[in-house]
Design a protein around this ligand. Structure first.
Ligand SMILES: O=C(CO)[C@@H](O)[C@H](O)COP(=O)(O)O
Ligand SMILES: [Co+2]
Length: 220
């Protein structure tokens, strides 16, 4: 079985010490950088944009996993490719022509991800799953770090895993929001491949150790 991945969310980093926190992720057992881009329209919060991502990419030595929480994401696909994104995830709820958007992301040489809000049923991805490299199941309502994990997520992961297997798709399942050492194992057992963790990592006393611990639990 492929090793399970940990993706610390930079949203919870200290932006006045961003290079330090990027280097922390570089030296840790983490696999990806999870980058949350919020526009204040699709979600009720604004995070950071292109200049910050550009400077993160300058120092990051791991996969750049960009989570776009913006309306009409097609406008920025080329921009995020040029900035060095490896995976570009758009929200199902923000795309009128999801299939076309996925094709446009891949045409720019990136992996294509689709995030779904807690209210969005996984069955809505049945017809596109073969074109999706990663499904990001939101286990909180998007917009903020530090929220509590929604318990119904385990069931959604199991349902999505069934769809992926049934269709013979090669899609990773990522979980985003409220991930801790308390729910990590159960998420992996349900079928998750990638765990995003923001507050749990950055608010801990020793983020490197916390990442190591999460990675260990996920691969037990
Ligand atoms: O996309 C989002 C929030 O909208 C996430 O990536 C959060 O940044 C995860 O933070 P924690 O819930 O782990 O603190
Ligand atoms: Co995210």
């Amino acid at each position: 079985m492929a090793s399970k991945r940990i993706a610390p969310s930079v949203l919870a980093a200290d932006f006045a010490n961003l290079q330090r926190d990027v280097e922390m992720i570089n030296t840790s057992d983490a696999d990806w950088f999870h980058i949350d881009i919020m526009d204040g329209v699709f979600v009720p919060n604004i995070s950071f944009g292109m200049p910050v991502l550009r400077d993160i990419v300058k120092h990051a030595k791991k996969t750049i996993d960009v989570h776009l929480m913006i309306v009409d994401p097609d406008r920025y696909i080329k921009t995020f490719a040029a900035l060095g994104s490896n995976i570009l995830t758009v929200h199902y709820e923000a795309c009128t022509h999801l299939h076309r958007t996925l094709q446009a992301i891949k045409a720019e040489g990136m992996k294509a991800g689709v995030a779904i809000n807690p209210h969005t049923n996984v069955s809505l991805l049945e017809d596109t799953i073969q074109d999706i490299d990663l499904v990001c199941i939101m286990s909180v309502n998007p917009g903020f770090g530090g929220q509590s994990f929604i318990e119904n997520t385990y069931e959604k992961v199991k349902q999505l895993k069934k769809i992926i297997d049934l269709k013979g798709a090669n899609t990773l399942i990522e979980i985003d929001g409220g991930v801790t050492d308390k729910n990590a194992k159960q998420l992996i057992d349900a079928g998750a491949d990638v765990l995003v963790a923001g507050s749990f990592v950055f608010k801990s006393e020793n983020p490197i150790k916390t990442i190591e611990q999460l990675k260990e639990v996920a691969n037990m």
